[in-house]
Write a protein that binds this ligand. Structure first.
Ligand code: ASP
Length: 376
C-alpha cells in the first residue's frame, strides 16, 4: 500500500467512524422520547407538527367520580373536550390540536342519527387541507360500532382515531390522559394513513373493524380475535399488521351520501327465547333482523318458522353468533340457500347491524347482501 492509497484508506475509515458515531447519537436521541417525542419513525412532527382536531362525544374519558377510588362508579360525559385536552399538556408538544364538542353523551346513547351526524362532521373536517387527522373521544361501550361505521363510510386516507378510557380522570390509575396522548400520536403519524379507522386504548392500536369491548371494568378490555395492529409505547407508534378487509376509500359506502339508515334489529338467542321478539322487530319496521344465534348460528326448532315468516314479509334474516368470535358457515346449521337467509361471516351481531344497515342503502338483494358480508 503506497502513501496515497493509505491516506485514502484512512480518510474512508474516519468517515465511517464519524457516520457510525452520528448514527449512535441519532439512535440515542430516538431512545429519549421525553427529549424528542417527534422521533417516532415517520412522524409528521419531524417536519412540522400535525394539525389534529379532537372531537368530543362524551363517555368515561369525559367522566368524573366522587372520589379517587371511584374507578368504576362515576358520572360519564361531564368534562368538556377542551378541558380534557388542557389536562394533557404533553399533547401540544406533538401536535397542534383543536377541540370540538359534538355531543356530551354516554356512548350507549349513540343512535343512527348521532352516528350520521358524527360521520358527516368528521368527513367535512377531513376535507380541509389544514387538517391532518382526527381524534374522537368516545365512551368505550359502543366504540366498536362507531369505529366500524366510520371505517366503512369515510372517504379519506387521513388517520381517524377513536379513543376512550375505562376510568374517569378523577380516579386512581386513570387511563384517559395516556390514551388521549397516544391517540394524538397515532393520528399525527403518516404511517397511520390508509389503515382505516383506528381505536387506541391501553397502549394498543386496533382496527375499527375487529375491535370489541370484552370486559366491563378492566383497562385491558379491547381486543380483536386477530390481535392489535400495533402498539404505542414511549411516544412511538409501532405497526406490525395491516387490515385485510376493504375500508374507507375502498368501500361502496359514502357518509356524504347517506342521510338515514334503515332499521335493523338484533334479536338475541337463548334457551326459551320468545318467538314474539321476531314479530316485534318486524312490527317495529325492521328491514333486517340480525339473529344473534347460539354457537355457529344454530336456530332453535321453534324459532325457524317465525324467522321464515319474517323473511316472507321481505325482512332480511342474518344469522350471527353470540359466541363472540368465529365464522358462521353458510348452509351449515341452517339451509340458508333454501330460506334465503344471510350469514355474517365473522361479524359480531352489533357490528353486523352496522354493516347490514349500510348494505341496505345499496341493495335489497340477499345474494348481493351476502357478498357484502363476505367482502367487509
Ligand atoms: N358508559 C360509558 C360510555 O360508553 C362507559 C365508558 O366510556 O367506558 O360512554
Amino acid at each position: 500500500m503506497n502513501r496515497k492509497t493509505r491516506s485514502i484508506h484512512l480518510s474512508l475509515l474516519s468517515a465511517a467512524l464519524l457516520s457510525a458515531s452520528l448514527l449512535t447519537t441519532s439512535a440515542q436521541a430516538q431512545l429519549a422520547p421525553s427529549a424528542q417525542p417527534a422521533a417516532q419513525p415517520g412522524a409528521t412532527t419531524e417536519a412540522r407538527k400535525a394539525n389534529i382536531v379532537i372531537i368530543g362525544t362524551g363517555g368515561t374519558i369525559a367522566g368524573a367520580g366522587a372520589s379517587a377510588t371511584n374507578t368504576a362508579a362515576y358520572q360519564s360525559a361531564v368534562v368538556p373536550v377542551d378541558k380534557i385536552i388542557a389536562s394533557v399538556p404533553e399533547i401540544s408538544k406533538v401536535a397542534n390540536v383543536k377541540g370540538e364538542q359534538i355531543f356530551q353523551i354516554g356512548s350507549e346513547s349513540f343512535n343512527n342519527e348521532r352516528l350520521l351526524k358524527l360521520g358527516k362532521r368528521v368527513s367535512e373536517l377531513l376535507k380541509q387541507p389544514d387538517v391532518d387527522g382526527i381524534v374522537i373521544t368516545h365512551g368505550t361501550d359502543t366504540i366498536e360500532e362507531t369505529s366500524y361505521f366510520l371505517n366503512l363510510t369515510l372517504k379519506s386516507d387521513k388517520p381517524v382515531v377513536v379513543v376512550g378510557s375505562m376510568r374517569p380522570g378523577t380516579a386512581l390509575g386513570a387511563d384517559g390522559a395516556l390514551n388521549l396522548y397516544d391517540a394524538v400520536l397515532v393520528a399525527s403519524n403518516p404511517a397511520s394513513r390508509g389503515k382505516g379507522t383506528l381505536v387506541v386504548l391501553n397502549d394498543e392500536i386496533q382496527t375499527g373493524r375487529d375491535v370489541t369491548k370484552s370486559n366491563t371494568f378492566k383497562t385491558e378490555t379491547f381486543r380483536s380475535p386477530f390481535g392489535p395492529l400495533g402498539y404505542v409505547v414511549e411516544g412511538r407508534t409501532l405497526y406490525y399488521r395491516l387490515p385485510a378487509r376493504p375500508h374507507t376509500v375502498q368501500t361502496e359506502f359514502d357518509i356524504d351520501r347517506i342521510d338515514s339508515l334503515p332499521e335493523v334489529a338484533v334479536v338475541y338467542a337463548y334457551g326459551n327465547v320468545n318467538p314474539a321478539s321476531i314479530d316485534a322487530a318486524v312490527k317495529n319496521g325492521a328491514k333486517a333482523i340480525v339473529y344473534a344465534a347460539t354457537g355457529n348460528g344454530s336456530v332453535g326448532d321453534y324459532m325457524v318458522e317465525p324467522l321464515k315468516a319474517a323473511r316472507a314479509k321481505g325482512v332480511q334474516i342474518v344469522r350471527a353468533s353470540r359466541t363472540g368470535s368465529g365464522v358462521v358457515i353458510r348452509n351449515g346449521e341452517q339451509p340458508d340457500d333454501k330460506y334465503d337467509w344471510i350469514v355474517t361471516d365473522d361479524q359480531l351481531p352489533q357490528k353486523a347491524r352496522i354493516l347490514m344497515a349500510l348494505a341496505l342503502t345499496r341493495t335489497n338483494d340477499p345474494k348481493a347482501l351476502q357478498q357484502i358480508f363476505w367482502k367487509y
